[in-house]
Design a protein around this ligand. Sequence first.
Ligand code: GLN
Length: 280
Amino acid sequence: MHITDWLRHAKAVLVETGCPDPEIDARWMAEDVLGMTQFDLKFEGDREVTPVQLDRLNAMLARRAAGEPVQYILEEADFMGLKFHVDKRVLIPRQDTETLVEHALIALSRIGEAEALDLCTGSGCVGLSLKSLAPLANMTLTDVSREALEVARLNAAKLGLDVDIRHGDLFRAVGRQRFDLIVSNPPYIPHPDLADLQREVQHEPMLALDGGRDGLDVYRRIAQEAPRHLNPGGAVYLEVGIGEAEAVQALLKININCAETGIVKDLNGIERVVWAKAKE
Ligand code: GLN
């Protein structure tokens, strides 16, 4: 079978099984198995696929057709220009979350040698990309899931980034330590909405998605406990789900003695990041 024939076949299977990005997914799997770039695939499409390659391609295709996200199949996701190992132990990094990193980074760059904390780190995508872009910051990454922390550790090693990774439920992982920046993309899907999530999302860890009855459970806890862990003038940056920004901003205002707070939209125009800066 020629590469182009397999790509055509894969696309047809993925269209038929209702996968949202059939062409991209087929191409990514082919690039991975054949060790080729998008450019190679285009110009060497008449190359024969070996039987071993064909078996691997079809095994991947079957998993994808059954609804498993392509990033789990390839065990890789791009985020902030970095490649992260991902598998079913962690949430797949989303492009929306780059908005969180970009804005937290602005805050970090003002402080320089900051103490910074990433709560609910999952794959480590937020904390590790911050460390890579602001190397002077001392980054601590925490998660309640030991499995997720194994992935975060793997990613820190893979990217050659020196960060402190600790297990524990939110701030319990850090004792009485205080920070200049606290950042988090916590679970925020309202519990009743979990059942309606896309087929692909159902493969991701529920613990990383379930935000309790109204989606705000983890924000309540972060907002209540943050004052005991913020240095004077320190800032909190939180990613929020659709329609949650105002409620989360209110939670931060009630709990933190704020000098300033704000809401930032993502590239789709959705209010995605809520931040608060404590008084000096
Ligand atoms: N911080 C990780 C991410 O942004 C994991 C988030 C989570 O588990 N809710 O992908």
